[in-house]
Design a protein around this ligand. Structure first.
Ligand SMILES: CC(=O)SCCNC(=O)CCNC(=O)[C@H](O)C(C)(C)COP(=O)(O)OP(=O)(O)OC[C@H]1O[C@@H](n2cnc3c(N)ncnc32)[C@H](O)[C@@H]1OP(=O)(O)O
Ligand SMILES: N[C@@H](CCO)C(=O)O
Length: 376
């Protein structure tokens, strides 16, 4: 029988957040791939992005040919993680945990509170640092004294960076992809508009929609559309969609068209509507809001030092920092400022891609040799 990955949930008690809020009970869901070696020196922690989840890989070389393909669904970083791939699960014990505040098994707004009802509006604000601290607890539970590497992109990059600062002695290498040292005005503004889109949906009900059987689909969908435009490059969208109408896309003309569309329904509108529907069907709105807020407030300087290099000086890991040439959410220059302020010799790369911020997900082939070399 093939066993490519394991899914588990770790339970912790009396976990104190940065804000002082105490979770009497806290769950972190995670998947593992490969085997931890006797020296416990081959563990790699992968941190997912905003709407990612612990299923980073199918864990098999060819998921379609697996004994039961449905049990080996491709993961969100299938090109990069798996047997023989850059993050080689034959060599490394790979762990990917759902972020605290998420909606894929870890404690989040949808998980039950002490009264058995969803936390909803009662869910506290969490920070990227809280997420990292929870993963330090998970490291203890898994018996991992130090990670061979902690790797993440976007919000996952912020999580990896905070992990390297919260527990410096427990991170040997850290790869930060398409993420900054702190959110700047531009990213705070994008988060602001997305949070408002969710909150202004009458079905949001202050965050307590679940208990009355409602869900802010329009608000979450609009938030995803705003976000998606920051995830992809304008030149890519212009080249792919131009000003063509959706009816000129025979293969995709069947995709639902909103009643409000009128005569002009452009392919780019249809594309965005599709991205919105896909997310709304798989993600919780309050979770999205909490995670967006955490990323909005990401700032490694908080409570450490107003001087960035000083704030980062406690890190002991060897760093690799990678940006995407067309990223308009976290432009290469902003990511380079993080690299310049980190201690030690930092390896830097810029992925050449038209896919914008999402390049860290779509450019697996280009990214792989850099990761493989860094992990050796
Ligand atoms: C499977 C999961 O849920 S993984 C969960 C974890 N996910 C993550 O962490 C990342 C979230 N995912 C993403 O951000 C994105 O899906 C990415 C970055 C991985 C995808 O990037 P790309 O492969 O470049 O996808 P792209 O932007 O071209 O979108 C393709 C989709 O748009 C659709 N599309 C393209 N043109 C149109 C159009 N004119 N009208 C409607 N839909 C359109 C395609 O049919 C395709 O649909 P599908 O995803 O349902 O197959
Ligand atoms: N598309 C990715 C990128 C966010 O950084 C996500 O939804 O998680």
């Amino acid at each position: 029988m093939q066993v490519a990955s394991r899914t588990a949930v770790a339970e912790f008690h009396d976990v104190v957040l940065e804000s002082g809020y105490v979770f009497e009970q806290l769950h972190i869901a995670y998947e593992t791939y490969g085997q931890l070696n006797a020296e416990k020196s081959n563990a790699v922690l992968i941190e997912h992005a905003l709407t990612g989840d612990p299923h980073v890989s199918s864990g098999v070389a060819n998921p379609a040919a697996a004994e039961s393909p449905r049990s080996f669904a491709p993961g969100w970083w299938e090109e990069v993680v798996g047997p023989g791939r850059a993050i080689d699960t034959n060599e490394f014990f790979v762990v990917c945990a759902n972020a605290l505040g998420g909606c894929n098994g870890s404690t989040g707004p949808t998980s039950p509170s002490a009264d058995g009802l969803a936390h909803g509006s009662r869910f506290p604000d969490v920070s990227i640092r809280d997420m990292a601290a929870a993963e330090v607890l998970l490291s203890d539970r898994l018996g991992i004294p130090a990670w061979h590497a902690v790797i993440g992109g976007s919000m996952g990059g912020a999580r990896a960076l905070e992990f390297a600062l919260v527990a410096p002695e427990r991170v040997k290498r850290a790869t930060i992809l398409a993420a900054p040292a702190f959110s700047d005005a531009d990213q705070i503004a994008w988060a602001h508009t997305q949070i408002q889109a969710i909150e202004l949906d009458p079905d949001f009900c202050g965050g307590d929609y679940a208990v009355i059987g409602r869900f802010p689909r329009r608000g979450l969908g609009l938030a995803r559309q705003i976000a998606h435009l920051t995830y992809r490059a304008d030149s890519e969208l212009n080249e792919r969609f131009a000003n063509t109408r959706q009816e000129q896309w025979p293969d995709l003309a069947h995709r639902p068209r909103p009643a409000s569309a009128g005569d002009a329904y452009y392919a780019i509108q249809s594309y965005l509507d599709h991205q919105a529907t896909k997310l709304v069907d798989r993600f919780d709105a309050q979770s999205y809001r909490i995670l967006t807020q955490a990323l909005r407030d990401h700032d490694v300087r908080r409570g450490r030092s107003t001087n960035l290099a000083e704030a980062l000086s406690a890190a002991q890991a060897k760093f690799q920092v990678i940006s995407v040439s067309s990223d308009r959410l976290y432009p290469p220059a902003q990511v380079a400022r993080l690299a310049a302020a980190l201690p030690g010799d930092v390896e830097t790369q810029v992925l050449d891609s038209w896919a914008g911020h999402d390049g860290f997900l779509t450019e697996g082939v280009q990214l792989s040799p850099h990761l493989r070399r860094f992990l050796t």
